[in-house]
Design a protein around this ligand. Sequence first.
Ligand code: SUG
Length: 420
Amino acid sequence: MNPLVEINFDGIIGPSHNYAGLSVGNIASATNAGETAYPREAALQGIAKMRHNLDLGLAQGFFMPLDRPNMSWLDGLGTTVGDAEAHMRAAAFSASSMWAANAATVSPAPDTPDHRCHLTVANLQTMPHRSHEWPGTASQIQLAFADGEHFSVHAPVPSPFGDEGAANHMRLCPRHDAPGIEIFVFGKSGGPFPARQHIEASKAVARKHRLDRHHALFAQQAEIAIAAGAFHNDVVAVANERVLFTHEQAFERPDTLYTAIREKMPEAEIIIVPTNKVSLEDAIKSYLFNAQLVTLPGEGGMALILPSEARENERVWSYLEELVDGNGPIRRLCPVDVRQSMANGGGPACLRLRVVADPTTVDQRFMATSDKLDAIARIVSNHWPEAINPDQLSDPGLIQAIRTARSELLAICGLTELDR
Ligand code: SUG
């Protein structure tokens, strides 16, 4: 048995990437509604991020984009791409499965009684454009983690309980391969905006993964955080091994949560970013918490893989520089350019699903190597549309180009069974 390591599976940014302003409560999505998107550049930015992390010595995987526009979803609604109202057409076109943090919730083997890694596919039912992702996501997760000796894949939690997957779930553990505690963050209210993670969904996932009381904690997201635009908890907090890096205003009752964490895991280190250094507004604009907090191989300590927007905000960047100079567990800052995804509210952490596993037990077609990323980048350069404006979405030529682009990618990755 090889050691269990954290593998980051990134959603490859699909050829239909566009800015349709579909996510109420997601400030970037609303602000950029109607802008021209650049799918080719977007996907190449995502690939560059994967390559950056591979070069750091981290294990990297990926998921395929879904078949868009989703004709069968429109058919179920009694319409077609040509006839649908613009907002429904845009919902059928969305490349939103790129944000793989919302694909599933993952409880690694050391935390579960059967010592298998449990994954529950997220139903994403709060936002219409995301509610039809799960069947395509489930097909890939079932393929990637088909080895029943090491994985157990669960169907989504039923309606009406919204579940947005790992974006509202954090794990603290001494090391990735040791038993840890899992924090399920739910929302109750978000002022003018919807709370997307229902407490019943969080509790259901913990039950399905058979996490006992010792392993699971439940915490409410602060209403003011959701109202300020933190539609997912991973916009205001991130955890890795024994470190929780969080904004002061992320949780409704932070002290209760911190006490519970310290009781269960005395070695936990909670780094609280105070509002007087970084306001909620700056945190949400810069997405500093939507970083991948990773453990570097060897004695490298931890690094934050941040959106380059975090470097551009003076207050945020000077806080971060102070943090890494301070001899704490976070030693390195690595800004990456994922601006095309950021303009729809998705930073580096949104683009990946973390799975702690032995990489040899995963279907190798979903594992990245430098050569594979080169091959994928070539397909993207040759087939992804250069630009998409939301008013172009009924163009049959564009639809054909998007479908061909995905088929070419599936072919190069040996995943044609996912076609349609
Ligand atoms: O669900 N944006 C996504 C961003 C998801 C970010 N994920 C995490 N925080 N883990 C969302 O709001 C915008 C689509 C549009 O407006 O066209 C969108 O779906």
